[in-house]
Design a protein around this ligand. Structure first.
Ligand SMILES: Cc1ncc(COP(=O)(O)O)c(C=O)c1O
Length: 434
């Protein structure tokens, strides 16, 4: 193993040896090499005459660029667009995102957390988690309603075992007990379990109530305290899009700093929150495992993530980091966001109103939803894939079949005035197939 990796592992062990044990084989061997980036950073500080270190090009002390590329981007300084961003992301953006996170998540205040590291949006954050913490045969617990891409990221790429539990109880509540029982079941076989908490959920569009959130966190902390090492990952892709009576902050804040056997990892980003899907700006943040700063542990984890980024994509695109930073600094940022939130909320509430006021119940009911971009119908008589194809071919309506009985509707793409017609068509489609 590389001596720098050994050094990082010792730093982690110094603050909490349990977190070292949570790392995958790859996670243990990760490090950030003292290569071109370090030498170039040194030169940036000290090479006042010539800086011939890094593979970019300059002209008159500024980044070199083609006029035709810069033409449409003139609102930005070339230095904020063209050079490489650091492997861990633009420092100002990282600081600003942390500030936003603390503002929006009261439970995180007073906790010790790392500075968010920029990822190529959330998918990349998920793959970093998989690389750092998942070995062949490790268990990853999640509800049975989950974003299908987890299969590729966790199982196909890393050989982890996806272990699911019943998402909802029969009376329409998040099945907290099923989650905790599943974790305990996996804990009997492995002394480390990874848990993915994706709220608001894709595909269900569900955010727990405050009581459910507390019960999830308390239950997981209790399992950790009784001896199982837990890596708990919050996938907060749809953060902030809360429309009804749910908790309105990330479970990360409830979990960070609560047990030496529990490492909380937060994944979030601008993708869905700021409606910039193609920008690819996300973040990964670690919580300390107790009430102390654990600078060794958090610093070493950051360096391991940096090494992973350096060895896969080298760094994330600079222009989109600048665009997001400028947005966060913009005086209208929160007002602009509020306007779009109102539109999304009106759509979500309209869907519920239509479903409650129309008599579709002989063909479908719906799973609980209160947030995010989606909701799911539970079909009673027809196969979801058959219905999906039929709706597309006969009515030109696109939906997603999640499994045999569930059809996912992205109300995020449906105007309020279109909601009734959409569900009437889906109902008609079911009848056509009867
Ligand atoms: C639950 C969940 N996590 C992560 C992602 C990936 O987001 P990104 O586009 O930022 O990679 C998605 C995208 O659909 C998602 O639904």
């Amino acid at each position: 193993m590389n001596p720098i990796a050994v050094e990082l592992n010792e730093l982690i062990k110094k603050d909490n040896p349990k977190v070292y044990e949570m790392l995958s084989d790859l996670g243990k061997s990760l490090f950030m090499p003292k290569g071109i980036l370090t030498q170039s950073a040194e030169a940036k500080e000290k090479a006042y005459k010539f800086n011939a270190t890094i593979g970019t090009a300059t002209e008159n002390g500024k980044p070199m660029y083609l006029d035709c590329i810069y033409e449409g981007l003139k609102a930005f300084d070339p230095k904020d667009l063209f050079p490489y961003a650091p492997a861990t992301g633009k420092p100002e953006l990282r600081a600003k995102w942390k500030e936003k996170m603390l503002k929006e998540n009261p439970a995180m205040n007073g906790k010790y957390i790392s500075t968010p590291i920029v990822t190529n949006a959330l998918t990349h954050g998920l793959s970093i988690v998989a690389d750092m913490f998942m070995d062949n045969g490790d268990y990853v617990v999640m509800p049975d309603m989950f974003w299908g891409n987890y299969r590729l990221t966790f199982s196909v790429r890393r050989g982890a075992e996806i272990s699911t539990f019943n998402t909802f109880t029969d009376d329409g509540k998040f099945d907290v007990n099923a989650l905790l029982e599943k974790v305990k079941e996996c804990a009997k076989i492995k002394d480390k379990v990874i848990i993915i908490l994706n709220f608001p959920n894709n595909p269900a569009g569900y955010m727990p109530t405050v009581d459910e959130g507390k019960a999830i966190a308390d239950g997981l902390i209790e399992i950790a305290n009784s001896g199982t090492k837990l890596v708990v990952v919050t996938d907060d892709a749809y953060f902030g899009l809360f429309y009804e009576d749910s908790m309105t902050e990330s479970l990360f804040g409830y979990l960070a700093g609560e047990s030496d056997n529990l490492l909380a990892v937060k994944l979030d980003g601008a993708t869905k929150e700021e409606y910039v899907w193609g920008f690819r700006v996300g973040f990964i943040t670690f919580g300390s495992t107790n009430n102390t700063p654990q600078a060794n542990l958090l610093g070493a984890l950051e360096k391991k993530v940096a090494g992973l980024i350096r060895g896969t994509i080298s760094n994330c695109p600079h222009p989109s980091q600048t665009f997001v930073l400028k947005a966060l600094e913009h005086p209208n940022f929160y007002a602009d966001k509020q306007k779009k939130y109102e539109i999304m909320k009106a759509r979500g509430l309209k869907v519920k109103e239509v479903l409650n006021n129309s008599d579709y119940s002989d063909e479908f009911t719906y799973y609980p939803f209160n947030s995010g971009y989606f909701m799911c119908l539970k079909l009673k008589n027809v196969d979801a894939e058959t219905l999906r194809v039929h709706l597309l071919e006969k009515y030109g309506v696109g939906t997603i079949s999640v499994n045999k009985s569930d059809l996912r509707i992205a109300f995020s793409c449906i105007e309020v005035e279109q909601v009734q017609e959409l569900f009437d068509i889906i109902y008609k489609g079911c009848k056509d197939l009867a």
